[in-house]
Design a protein around this ligand. Structure first.
Ligand SMILES: *[C@@H]1O[C@H](CO)[C@@H](O)[C@H](O)[C@H]1NC(C)=O
Ligand SMILES: *[C@@H]1O[C@H](CO)[C@@H](O)[C@H](O)[C@H]1NC(C)=O
Ligand SMILES: *[C@@H]1O[C@H](CO)[C@@H](O)[C@H](O)[C@H]1NC(C)=O
Ligand SMILES: *[C@@H]1O[C@H](CO)[C@@H](O)[C@H](O)[C@H]1NC(C)=O
Length: 224
């Protein structure tokens, strides 16, 4: 029992569903998505969503996929680090905030983002070239439709090493994915990485250790 009690706090974070831990950004600002915002309109138009703080998700338990995030009018001076939890978002609103910049890496992994609203003073992340359509209306700049930076001339400016292929990784951002069976630094290693073998050894070691500890603790408990 002692061993189990010892291991439980270590294992608990692994057992919790990822989505349940990813909700911090939704509560980083009070209230639901603002009435009439691009996020509210998008989510209402889908009809299969529910609000979770400033987020809207696909309906259903466990927490469904995050589709929209409205961080407008939240007194944000900089992009909050929790934004990284919202990489699945399709619609994102950052307007009505005293933001002064959007650091380059802020939207890394936001490959589904199709509509982003930012204060008009800021550029769309990745620049106008990263989007199909950029419009400014009053204090709001809307960036619509991410372009695939791997498609066309941009790829020439961002060559992936041999044995790898370019893949989008957010507005104006790319990643180079190794072609199978290459892996490792610059995709120079060949052969499949033995993930199963590795986790198998780790798992066996953990279980053996637990059993060992459990056994010794039990014996101790039995002897008066
Ligand atoms: C949002 O707007 C709609 C119509 O514009 C209105 O019926 C509704 O009561 C509003 N909701 C809130 C919470 O203000
Ligand atoms: C922003 O929030 C404040 C207080 O929460 C409210 O008074 C104001 O009307 C909001 N502004 C917009 C543009 O919604
Ligand atoms: C962000 O990216 C742009 C264009 O790639 C570059 O000119 C700029 O220096 C970068 N800014 C930072 C802070 O890395
Ligand atoms: C690249 O862009 C062209 C024109 O915009 C489009 O027709 C084509 O399907 C795109 N290819 C890929 C792989 O996205």
């Amino acid at each position: 029992m002692g061993a189990v009690a010892l291991l439980l706090p270590l294992l608990l974070p692994l057992l919790l569903p990822r989505t349940a831990r990813g909700a911090a950004v939704c509560g980083s600002c009070p209230g639901p998505p603002r009435n009439g915002s691009i996020v509210s309109r998008f989510c209402e138009s889908r009809g299969d969503t529910e609000n979770d703080g400033r987020c809207c998700r696909e309906r259903g338990a466990p927490p469904g996929r995050l589709l929209g995030l409205d961080l407008s009018n939240c007194s944000l001076h900089s992009v909050p680090p929790e934004l990284a939890e919202a990489t699945a978002a399709i619609v994102l609103d950052l307007t009505e905030n005293p933001l002064t910049s959007l650091p380059n890496g802020s939207f890394l992994g936001f490959t589904h983002l199709q509509l982003l609203a930012v204060p008009a003073a800021l550029e769309c992340p990745g620049g106008s070239d990263a989007w199909q359509d950029v419009t400014v209306d009053g204090s709001i700049r809307q960036c619509r439709g991410q372009k695939n930076p791997c498609n066309g001339s941009a790829e020439l400016a961002w060559p992936c090493p041999e044995n790898s292929a370019c893949a989008p990784d957010g507005p104006g951002l790319v990643q180079c994915l190794c072609d199978s069976p290459f892996h490792g630094y610059k995709c120079l290693r060949e052969g499949t990485f033995p993930v199963l073998l590795f986790s198998g050894i780790l798992g066996t070691a953990t279980v053996s250790l637990s059993l060992l500890l459990w056994g010794t603790q039990r014996r101790k408990a039995k002897t008066p």
